[in-house]
Design a protein around this ligand. Structure first.
Ligand code: BGP
Length: 478
């Protein structure tokens, strides 16, 4: 048998993309709650607070807040032994900076975790998944402010203490490295809540981004250290968005461009896992003469808060060509990414590359020799409901099957230590990138459309039965 006997088979979601109940039970407003829908090609917009009449897809989402019992029953039927979700910070601390938590919010997760455990499903928890309290943005400027470290540590301490006997697997910041790729204002794909000052130069924006990233990394390391004190059995990981960037050809300059582009995107993992900044980033900070607040004490914190495992998402790979100059760390590789003719792409242009998953696993494992956990993978597609209510999604099965095959190769042929696999959005939910419902990842269908209409009824797609069999045979039958 290729995979471990206690392999974690699950599904992944994030609170703000499925819970709904955005202001129920004393919950405060998060960054996600002020983002409008971006359906049909329109970019999502971050508003200055909740505006009457706007369409905010996260407000109801799939209303998991009120449906969690029937949903967990379905998860159990599917055979999951773990469920990755996040704890909405604003359910616990509505504004983010209070000293006392909101009991009703804490109780919701107690009930949810009890329901999971009762059904043999272990919760896997992300502490911050693109849902920073909005108040921390308006009042403090998000993670550019050192005070956010203490707020995050306090929130984490409260929930880790509360759920110390119910949750063993934790992750700190979802896809922490995404903020390096989205330097636009207040990027939705960040946990940092950054909004750049008007007219800020590229250098100033970078400085702000690196400063916020540093504070997040310090906050993460503090939480890792603290978590181990709260319960020495905790396994606390980081969460990295991994899209390998191949050289477009075997031209040496393309190879070097790929190497540097990989450093630019994945240096966060170096800090999380090794507990210090990599040489190439230190050189860059010096060369750019950035004025960053990185104290000796912070560096000590990073050393003491190394993660136990590497959680990562994998959806696609990229390819890069050189741009005629020696590649340097400051070069934004986005401009040089090219279409890879050897792979197909999804309707949203995401290049489908199962072998890239084996490549990514090797890249991480060779570099760090730490257990890996694939905490997101999946295929966003438009599903058709037949007249009889059935949903045939062979494309999704094909995608997941090919990726699981590849992940098994990494375990069997390359000796990678893999803890588990939790495909993304295994129950349909709101897309983070587009705000759409129509971009579906689920093996469980939810009746709701882009305009917010629908009964919210759950039903099984063909991929449900398929994934059920995969789990039951520990990945032997695909
Ligand atoms: C990752 C996020 C998820 C999720 C997923 C799919 O970046 O961690 O929150 O949404 O991507 O992306 P999308 O929803 O844009 O299709």
């Amino acid at each position: 048998m290729t995979l471990k006997k206690d392999f974690l088979w699950g599904g992944a979601v994030a609170a703000h993309q499925l819970e709904g109940g955005w202001n129920a039970g004393g919950k405060g407003v998060s960054v996600a709650d002020v983002m409008t829908a971006g359906s049909n090609g329109v970019e999502r917009k971050i508003t200055d607070g909740v505006i009457e009449g706007e369409n905010y897809p996260n407000h109801e989402a799939i209303d998991f807040y009120h449906h969690y019992k029937e949903d967990v029953a379905l998860f159990a039927e599917l055979g999951l032994n773990c469920f990755r979700t996040s704890i909405a910070w604003t359910r616990i601390f509505p504004k983010g900076d209070e000293s006392e938590p909101n009991e009703e919010g804490l109780q919701f997760y107690d009930d949810l975790f009890d329901e999971c455990l009762k059904n043999g499903i272990e919760p896997v928890i992300t502490l911050s998944h693109f849902e920073l309290p909005y108040h921390l943005v308006t009042e403090y400027g998000g993670f550019r402010n050192r005070k956010l470290i203490d707020f995050f540590v306090h929130f984490s301490e409260v929930v880790m203490n509360r759920y110390k006997d119910k949750v063993k697997y934790w992750m700190t910041f979802n896809e922490i490295n995404n903020q390096a790729n989205f330097m636009r204002d207040f990027a939705p794909f960040t946990n940092s809540g950054l909004k750049f000052p008007e007219g800020a130069s590229e250098k100033e924006r970078e400085e702000i981004m690196y400063q916020a990233a540093h504070y997040e990394l310090v906050a993460s390391a503090k939480v890792v250290e603290l978590g181990h004190k709260i319960n020495p059995d905790f396994q606390i990981g980081c969460m990295i968005a991994m899209c390998p960037i191949y050289p477009a050809t075997c031209k040496p300059e393309d190879m070097m461009a790929s190497t540097v582009a990989m450093q630019r995107r994945y240096w966060f993992a170096d800090v999380h896992v090794r507990g210090h900044y990599p040489s190439y980033l230190k050189a860059y900070f010096e060369r750019k003469e950035f004025k960053l607040d990185i104290s000796d004490e912070d560096l000590e914190v990073l050393k003491n808060g190394k993660v136990d495992y590497i959680g990562f998402s994998y959806y696609m790979s990229f390819a890069i060509k050189d741009h005629g100059k020696a590649p340097t760390f400051d070069y934004n590789e986005d401009k040089d990414l090219v279409k890879n003719d050897y792979v197909k792409a999804s309707e949203w242009g995401w290049q489908i590359d199962p072998l890239g998953l084996r490549y990514a696993m090797n890249w991480f494992y060779e570099r760090y020799e730490k257990p890996l956990f694939i905490v997101e993978n999946g295929f966003g597609a438009v599903d058709e409901v037949e007249a009889d209510g059935s949903i045939h999604d062979p494309y999704r099965i094909e995608y997941l099957k090919a990726h699981i095959e590849s992940m098994k190769e990494a375990v069997e042929y390359d000796g990678v230590d893999l803890m588990g696999y939790t495909p993304w959005g295994f129950i349909d939910l709101v897309s983070a990138g587009t705000g759409e419902m129509k971009k579906r990842y689920g093996v469980i269908y939810v009746d709701k459309d882009n305009e917010g209409n629908g009964t919210l009824k759950r039903s099984k797609k063909d991929s449900f039965d398929w994934y059920q069999k995969v789990i039951a045979t520990n990945g032997e039958e695909l």
